[in-house]
Design a protein around this ligand. Structure first.
Ligand code: SAM
Ligand code: SF4
Length: 353
């Protein structure tokens, strides 16, 4: 299939990318520009969030993870066809040795304009100045509750104080901050309003995420969820009657709201309802080096194996562009196909969220 590209029609090789605004972008078979790569740097984690993994999670052996060199190569190939934004995630990205050096090196790749991080914030309050120094564009901090006991129950670890310290260190820094909370009935749904209320005094985005079927259990079907985007919005409106819509985030996943006079914003991410797929601009690389062009597909290319089999950058680029030219229309279609093949989803820690 011929890959469509937005004007101008030619795509420069990586070493010629200007990195400035504009340029050319690969667009997929549904006309969506692909400008965003999410990289799971490891599947390992120092928490055990119940919605993400079992307590006895088995992590990948080191040899199955991409090396720093492999990651940098893949990023530069992606930059050559228009990827501008990278999100480092995991597992817990701060468990990756040399994370700061990796950020520095990714930022040096021609064409890459923004590096973002998603973290659970355990033990990293003192790393925030490094993130500022390295020019990290934003941090998504996962905090499912600001109640210490409920945080412990949800994460199975007693790390609330450490994560809370990171929250404050980030608030005091210049880095754009979003706090992400996966909402589960009775487990933290009682925290929606108190967490939204934090945006009165603090200038960050408090985002509520629908629970998705990626908890590492080998299920072949997605259970219905009590707290979908509509339920979360209705609950917020019952407490904040003057809640205003504030558009969508740049990557379209979060619907944003604002309470007049509050410093921050409130977001809802309909990852289960999948209302944003029409504007999806991202591809993913899992911890073991598999490309996913949809969160709900089961992997479309083993790019790590390609590299280890000696593929050239041109071959990598061609194979990646081919994946982009064959994306699913949306996450519903991708999930149906995964289930049709009898596959079940990995833990989110291997995928990167
Ligand atoms: N460990 C880091 C963290 O927790 O922020 C990064 C990796 S984590 C897999 C990335 C994001 O995925 C987090 O915001 C987390 O809340 C979200 N996530 C994990 N499992 C999920 C699930 N089953 N449904 C919805 N979101 C999930
Ligand atoms: Fe770890 Fe993040 Fe998964 Fe929680 S959501 S277990 S912090 S990878």
């Amino acid at each position: 299939m011929q890959l469509p590209v937005l004007s101008p029609l030619s795509i420069s090789p990586p070493h010629q990318q200007s990195g400035g605004a504009g340029g050319s972008f690969a667009v997929d078979n549904y006309g969506r520009p692909i400008t965003y790569l999410r990289l799971a740097l490891t599947d390992k984690c120092n928490l055990r969030c119940t919605y993400c993994m079992p307590e006895n999670m088995r992590f990948l052996a080191q040899k199955h993870l991409l090396t720093d060199e492999e990651i940098l190569r893949i990023v530069s190939v992606c930059a050559s066809f228009g990827v501008r934004k990278i999100r480092l995630t995991g597992g817990e990205p701060f468990l990756r040795p040399n994370l700061l050096e990796l950020i520095r090196d990714i930022k040096h790749i021609s064409g890459i304009e923004e590096v973002h991080i998603t973290t659970n914030g355990v033990g990293i309050a003192d790393k925030v100045p490094d993130l500022v120094r390295l020019g990290v564009a934003s941090v998504n901090l996962s905090m499912d509750s600001f109640d210490k006991q409920r945080f412990h129950e949800l994460t199975r670890r007693n790390e609330f104080d450490s994560v809370h310290a990171t929250f404050h260190a980030l608030l005091e820094s210049q880095i754009l901050l979003s706090v992400n909370a996966v909402i589960m009935d009775g487990k933290n749904s009682q925290d929606i309003v108190p967490m939204a209320e934090l945006t009165r005094l603090h200038g960050f985005d408090m985002r509520f995420i629908e629970e998705m079927p990626f908890n590492g259990a080998k299920n072949h079907s997605s259970p219905a969820i009590a707290w979908n985007d509509a339920a979360i919005e209705a609950h917020l409106r019952s407490h904040f009657p003057n809640l205003e819509r504030a558009g969508r985030t740049e990557s379209a996943t979060a619907m944003l709201f604002h309470v007049p006079s509050y410093k921050g914003r409130i977001g809802i991410i309909a990852g289960f309802s999948r209302t944003f797929c029409g504007a999806c601009n991202r591809i993913r690389l899992t911890a073991k080096g598999i490309v996913k062009t949809c969160l709900y597909d089961n992997g479309v290319l083993d790019v790590k194996q390609l590299i280890r089999d000696g593929a050239s950058n041109d071959e990598l680029r061609e194979r990646l562009l081919d994946c982009i030219a064959h994306r699913h229309k949306d996450g519903i279609e991708a999930e149906e196909q995964s289930h049709a093949h009898g596959e079940f989803f990995d833990s989110m820690s291997a995928i990167g969220g």
